[in-house]
Design a binder for this molecule. Structure first.
Ligand SMILES: *[C@@H]1O[C@H](CO)[C@@H](O)[C@H](O)[C@H]1NC(C)=O
Length: 364
C-alpha cells in the first residue's frame, strides 16, 4: 500500500493538471475574444475567430483565478458587464462563483450561499437582460441574482428556491438554452421530437404546452445560445449526444436549421457560441469550431467544423504545467513546426505519467 500511495503521489506531482472538458472551460468575452480557462493550469485569450487558424494564444493567467479542480466547470458571459462567471471550478468552495473581469483582466470571488441548492449537481443558464442565473437542481427551479457584478462583493449572494420544475427531472439531466428571456428545455422525457417546454423567466411561468420548432431529435444533448452584438439571444444550438447533427433553433420564427454535427462526437463535450461561431471543447481538451451566420442559411448548411489551431498546443497531449505553450516566442512564424516540436517533447511526459498509472494499476 505504501508503494501504491508513493506512486500516486508521484503521479500527482508529475502531472499537476491535464485539460479535461469537465475541469476547463471555453467562453467568449463581450468583444467575442475566445477565452480558454483552466488549460494546464493557465488561462488564455485566443482572440476573435479571424485569428484562430494559426499562431498562439495570449497567456492571461492572473492572480485570484480558481484552481479548476472541479469535475463540471461551467462558464457564462455576462455580456453587459464583460464578465465571465465561473461555477464549479473550486471544490473547496463549491458554491462560490469566480468572476473574471475581461476588461480589467482581473479575477475575484463572490461568496454564494447554496441553501438547498446543490452546487455539485445542477444545470443553469444566465439570463441576458436581468443577469440572473436560473438553474434546475434536485428537481427545483433556482435563481441567483448576479446584479451588475464585474467583481465579487463583500456580502454573500444566495440561491433562491423557486419551487418544483414543471418538467420531469428524475431521469433527465436538463438541457437548457436561453433566448428571449425564456428557457427552452431539450430532450425532456415524453416531449415529442422538435418540441421544447418553455419557462418564461420574467413571470416564473411554465408555458402550458411545449412549442414546436420543426425538426430535432427527442434526445439528451448540450445546448448553448448564440449572442447578438446587443440585445437578447434569439437562437440556440442543440447538439444531441450522438453528435450526428447540430440543430439551430430560432425562437422568433420557431424554426430549426440542421447543420453539420461536430467532427468529434463526444457526449461529455461542452459548447459555447459567439455571434458567428459555435465552439466545442471536447473531453480531450481539443477545441473546434464551426462558423455560423444568423442571416445566411446556405452558408450554414455548407459550414464545417475545424480545429481552433491557435489552441491546438493546449490540448491534453501537451499535459503538465511546465509547457506554457502560449508564451513561446518563436510561435508566430511556423506555428505548425513549433507546435509539433512542443507536442513531441511533452508527449514523453505524458508517456511516463501513463507508465506510472499503469504501474499503480498493476499494484491494485
Ligand atoms: C413562437 O413560439 C412562441 C412560444 O410558444 C409563441 O409565443 C410565438 O407566438 C411563436 N411565434 C411564431 C411566429 O409562431
Amino acid at each position: 500500500m505504501r508503494g501504491l500511495s508513493t506512486l500516486v503521489t508521484l503521479f500527482a506531482l508529475s502531472v499537476p493538471s491535464v485539460v479535461l472538458a469537465g475541469s476547463s472551460c471555453i467562453a467568449f468575452d463581450a468583444n467575442f475574444n475566445l477565452l480558454a480557462l483552466g488549460f494546464n493550469g493557465k488561462d488564455y485569450n485566443a482572440g476573435t475567430s479571424d485569428t484562430w487558424a494559426s499562431g498562439t494564444p495570449t497567456d492571461i493567467t492572473a492572480q485570484g483565478r480558481p484552481p479548476f479542480n472541479g469535475g463540471s466547470v461551467k462558464c457564462y458571459l455576462a455580456q453587459f458587464f464583460n464578465a465571465i462567471y465561473v461555477l464549479g471550478a473550486d471544490t473547496s468552495k463549491a458554491s462560490d462563483i469566480y468572476i473574471y473581469d475581461a476588461g480589467a483582466k482581473t479575477w475575484s470571488t463572490q461568496a454564494v450561499t447554496a441553501g438547498g441548492f446543490d452546487p455539485t449537481s445542477f444545470e443553469a443558464i444566465l439570463d441576458h437582460d436581468t443577469n440572473v442565473f436560473y438553474a434546475i437542481s434536485k428537481g427545483n427551479v433556482w435563481s441567483l441574482d448576479m446584479k451588475e457584478l464585474k467583481a465579487g462583493g463583500s456580502g454573500a449572494l444566495a440561491w433562491v428556491d423557486g419551487g418544483a420544475a414543471a418538467i420531469p427531472t428524475t431521469n433527465y439531466d436538463p438541457v437548457m438554452g436561453i433566448a428571449q428571456n425564456h428557457i427552452y428545455f431539450f430532450g425532456v422525457p415524453n416531449v415529442p421530437a422538435g418540441s421544447a417546454p418553455i419557462f418564461v423567466i420574467h413571470f416564473a411561468f411554465w408555458q402550458p404546452t411545449p412549442q414546436q420548432y420543426g425538426s430535432f431529435p427527442a434526445s439528451h444533448g448540450q445546448a448553448t445560445s448564440f449572442f447578438l452584438d446587443s440585445g437578447v439571444q434569439q437562437e440556440i444550438a442543440f447538439i444531441p449526444d450522438d453528435g450526428s447533427k447540430t440543430y439551430i433553433v430560432n425562437v422568433e420564427t420557431n424554426t430549426t436549421q440542421t447543420v453539420a454535427g461536430p467532427a468529434t462526437v463526444d457526449a461529455k463535450a461542452t459548447y459555447f457560441a459567439s455571434t458567428n461561431a459555435l465552439l466545442q471543447l471536447a473531453s480531450s481538451g481539443a477545441v473546434s469550431w464551426m462558423p455560423y451566420s444568423a442571416s445566411d442559411a446556405n452558408a450554414n448548411s455548407a459550414a464545417k467544423w475545424a480545429p481552433v489551431q491557435k489552441l491546438a498546443s493546449l490540448a491534453s497531449s501537451s499535459g503538465g504545467g511546465a509547457s506554457s505553450g502560449g508564451s513561446s516566442a518563436g510561435g508566430t512564424s511556423g506555428a505548425q513546426t513549433s507546435a509539433g516540436a512542443k507536442g513531441s517533447s511533452t508527449a514523453k511526459t505524458g508517456g511516463s505519467a501513463l507508465g506510472l498509472v499503469a504501474a499503480a494499476m498493476a499494484l491494485l
